[in-house]
Ligand binder design. Structure first.
Ligand code: SF4
Ligand code: SF4
Length: 193
């Protein structure tokens, strides 16, 4: 067994991480966290998370960038807003989770081949390009990029049923004003930096 250092030294932390997540989440209150744990005990998904929401907020406050961005927690958050409503420090925890997702995708720091970040990334790409989601294209990309093409075969009967009932289509959905959409996406990206 390899013995690894678990403790981080101050120079390995990211001192600008808190300010960046504050800006991306539009939440100035992150450093008011009193570590009460209300968020973690209220979260319906915390039993599946590697780090509960309280710990994620602690990582952000203290500059543990890698730990916060590579955690499964942000991808398991179902955006139910329970933690956000109950937080006594008025921290917008759900919005912070969204900011972490964006930052993780931007920096390619997320659990690879894990379907949730892949789904997020591919859906965002489709919508930014076409202005609409096309379920069939999204599903194909997801299974191919997660290297699970055989799972796609298992889903074929369900896919056929959905197509038969008009719930899914092979058609590519696109809006007309794609040029304007591209300009809009570019401006949002530039503003978010
Ligand atoms: S509920 Fe709010 S104050 Fe309490 S630990 Fe969670 S983020 Fe911090
Ligand atoms: S918004 Fe996310 S982190 Fe907060 S309680 Fe719901 S699932 Fe948990």
């Amino acid at each position: 067994m390899d013995i690894q250092r678990k403790v981080k030294y101050e120079h390995e932390l990211d001192p600008g991480f808190l300010a960046k997540i504050k800006r991306l989440s539009h939440c100035e209150e992150i450093d008011r966290c009193i570590q009460c744990g209300t968020c973690s005990s209220s979260c319906p998904m915390s039993v599946y998370m590697d780090h509960p929401p309280r710990q994620i907020i602690g990582f952000i406050k203290n500059g543990y960038r890698e730990e916060a961005l590579s955690s499964f927690t942000v991808w398991l958050c179902s955006s139910c807003y329970t933690c956000q409503v109950r937080c006594p420090a008025k921290i917008k925890i759900t919005d912070v989770m969204y900011a972490l997702k964006r930052e993780a995708i931007e920096n390619k720091i997320y659990p690879h081949r894990f379907s949730i970040p892949l789904l997020d990334k591919e859906m965002t790409k489709l919508i930014a390009r076409d202005g609409r989601n096309s379920e069939m294209r999204l599903i194909l990309r997801l299974y191919l990029k997660s290297f699970k093409p055989f799972n796609l075969l298992k889903m074929t009967p369900l896919g056929l049923k959905l197509m038969k009932t008009g719930r899914m289509s092979l058609k590519r959905n696109r809006i007309k004003g794609r040029k304007q959409l591209r300009a809009l996406v570019k401006a949002i990206k530039e503003n978010g930096k």
